[in-house]
Design a binder for this molecule. Structure first.
Ligand code: ADP
Length: 456
C-alpha cells in the first residue's frame, strides 16, 4: 500500500507517541509505523520515573535542586561524554514537558523519589503502573484525532527513502505486504535502543566483559533497526559502546519488577558473604561492575519493615511484597540470621554488616564505599530480602542529533527531512544514563522532534 502524509514516525514507543502528538499539535498530519502488535515499546515496561527540577513537589519535601545541578549530575554522571547542547536541552525542558504531559492527562504522585542510579531526589513517579500512564495519555489524544494521526501496527520499517539528498519517506513490511509511506515534511526515527539484539550488543561492546549471557529488561522489538537505517543514509552514530546494565534485575526474567527495595535510602546490597561491597546510591555502571565482581555475579537487597509499614504494601514497581514472597522471589523473616539462612547467604556477617550500616545512618557520615544517602536504620522486623543481578537495560549510544532533533551526518551537517528522538539517539547521556533521565529524554526530544518536523 502507498501512504501519503506529512510526518512519518518510525516506532510507537514513548518517544514516537510524544512526537506524534507534538507534530499534530503543530499542524501536521501524522503516520506512525510500529512493528510490534502493540504500541508502547520499552516505555510501557520501564520503571517510568521522570527526573525534573520541580519547585512545587521538591519544595514541599524540602529537597534543594536546580537546573544547574541536574545538568551537572547528568553531564558528569556520563563522564562528560554527552553533548552539552543536548544535556542542556534535556534539563531545561524536563519540567515544561512534564507539565505538557499533565495537560494530556498524565498523572504523577505528589512525592519525589531517588531512583536507582539517579544520584538525586528528582524522580516523579507515575500514578499508573510502569510506563502505562504515558502511553495512555498519548493514545487518548491520538484516538481523539484519529482522522489526522494514523497508527499502523505490525509494520516494520526497513529503509528510508532518499530523493535528492532529502529523506522523503519510509519503506516498511506490513501485515499484508509492502508499505510505502511518503512524508512531505519529515521522517522521525523513534525505534528505541538495541538491548534486545545480542549480536549488535556484542559487536559494539568494548567496555564490559561479554554481555552475551546477561538477560535484558527490554521488549524483543528493541533491536536497533533505526540505527541501521539511519547509518545507511549517512547519519553519524555516537557513543555506541556505552551500554547500560541495570544493577537490580530479576535473576530469572531480567525484568525490573519484583525488587524488594522501594527507595534507595532504605536498602543495602550484600554479597553471598553477607557483606556490602558498593555505595547503593552510586551510578548504575559502578554498581553493576561491582556486582559482576562478586561471587555468582549476584547480590541480595535487604530492607526492613520501614519499607513495608502495612506488611502487604506494593513492592518497587507493582505487585505486593506478599505476592513476591508467595512466588518465592522475595523472603521475609523475623531476624536477619533467619533471613540470611533462607537466602543462602552468610548470617553472622549479615548481622555485622547491618549493625555497621546502622551506625552510619545514625551519624549520617559517609561510609567506606562513599554512601551518603540515609534515612531509616535497618532494625525493625520483619526483614525482607531478595536476589538481584545486572541486566542489559539501555543503550546510551545511537544517532547523533542537534537540539532540534535533526539528524546529523558524519560532517556534522543536517540530513534534510530526517529527525530522531528517544533511546535511538546518542549523546544525551554520555557513558552512563542517570536513573529517571530516560523518561525526560524520550518525552522532551519526542516533543521537540514532532514540532521540528511539523514546522519544516
Ligand atoms: P523510546 O523510549 O525511545 O520511545 P521504545 O523502546 O519505548 O523507545 O519504543 C521504540 C518502539 O519502536 C518500539 O515499540 C519498537 O517495537 C518500535 N520499533 C523498533 N524497530 C522498528 C521498526 N523497524 N519499525 C517500526 N517500529 C519499530
Amino acid at each position: 500500500i502507498n501512504k501519503e502524509t506529512e510526518v512519518v514516525i518510525i516506532g510507537g514507543g514513548g518517544s514516537g507517541l510524544a512526537a506524534a502528538v507534538s507534530a499534530h499539535q503543530n499542524g501536521a498530519k501524522v503516520l506512525v509505523l510500529e512493528k510490534m502488535p502493540n504500541v508502547g515499546g520499552n516505555t510501557l515496561i520501564s520503571g517510568a520515573a521522570y527526573n525534573a527540577v520541580d519547585p512545587k513537589r521538591q519544595g514541599a519535601a524540602g529537597i534543594e535542586d536546580s537546573i544547574e545541578k541536574h545538568y551537572t549530575h547528568t553531564y558528569e554522571g556520563g563522564d562528560k561524554l554527552g553533548k552539552p547542547e543536548l544535556v542542556r536541552t534535556l534539563v531545561e525542558n524536563a519540567y515544561p514537558t512534564l507539565e505538557w504531559l499533565e495537560s494530556l492527562g498524565m498523572k504523577y504522585e505528589d512525592t519525589i523519589e531517588t531512583i536507582v542510579g539517579s544520584l538525586w531526589a528528582r524522580g516523579h513517579i507515575p500514578v499508573e503502573p510502569l510506563g502505562t500512564g504515558y502511553v495512555n495519555a498519548y493514545m487518548n489524544y491520538i484516538k481523539q484525532h484519529s482522522d489526522e494521526i494514523e497508527i499502523i501496527t505490525h509494520a516494520k520499517a526497513t529503509d528510508l527513502i532518499v530523493e535528492d539528498g532529502r529523506i522523503t519517506g519510509v519503506n516498511a513490511e506490513g501485515e499484508n505486504g509492502k508499505i510505502v509511506a511518503k512524508a512531505s515534511k519529515g521522517v522521525i526515527i523513534a525505534t528505541g535502543g538495541f538491548s534486545a539484539n545480542v549480536e549488535m550488543r556484542e559487536s559494539y561492546n568494548t567496555i564490559w566483559p561479554s554481555l552475551k549471557n546477561l538477560k535484558t529488561t527490554n521488549q524483543p522489538g528493541a533491536t536497533g533497526d533505526g540505527i541501521v537505517m539511519a547509518e545507511k543514509v549517512g547519519a553519524n552514530l555516537i557513543g555506541m559502546e556505552y551500554i547500560q546494565l541495570h544493577p537490580t534485575g530479576d535473576p530469572k526474567t531480567g525484568g525490573l519488577d519484583g525488587n524488594v527495595a522501594r527507595d534507595i535510602e532504605d536498602n543495602i546490597f550484600v554479597n553471598k558473604n553477607g557483606q556490602r561491597f558498593v555505595d547503593e546510591g552510586s551510578r548504575r555502571d559502578v554498581m553493576s561492575k561491582a556486582i559482576l565482581e562478586q561471587e555468582g555475579a549476584t547480590m541480595w537487597v535487604i530492607v526492613d519493615k520501614h519499607s513495608y509499614p502495612e506488611g502487604s504494601d506494593d513492592s518497587e514497581f507493582f505487585g505486593s511484597i506478599d505476592s513476591l514472597i508467595a512466588e518465592g522471589r522475595a523472603y521475609k523473616a523475623d531476624t536477619l540470621e533467619e533471613l540470611a539462612q533462607m537466602m543462602g547467604i552468610n548470617p553472622e556477617n549479615l548481622v555485622k554488616t547491618v549493625a555497621e550500616f546502622n551506625k552510619h545512618v545514625e551519624s549520617k557520615t559517609k561510609d567506606q564505599f562513599g554512601r551518603t544517602l540515609y534515612r531509616n536504620k535497618i532494625d525493625t522486623a520483619p526483614f525482607y530480602g531478595g536476589a538481584r543481578v545486572p541486566v542489559v537495560h539501555h543503550t546510551m549510544g545511537g544517532i547523533e542529533i542537534n537540539k532540534d532533533a535533526q539528524v546529523l551526518d558524519k560532517d556534522g551537517k543536517i540530513i534534510p527531512g530526517l529527525y530522531a528522538s528517544g533511546e535511538v539517539t546518542g549523546g544525551v547521556h554520555g557513558s552512563n544514563r542517570l536513573g529517571g533521565n530516560a523518561m525526560a529524554d524520550i518525552n522532551v526530544f519526542g516533543k521537540i522532534a514532532g514540532a521540528s518536523a511539523a514546522k519544516n
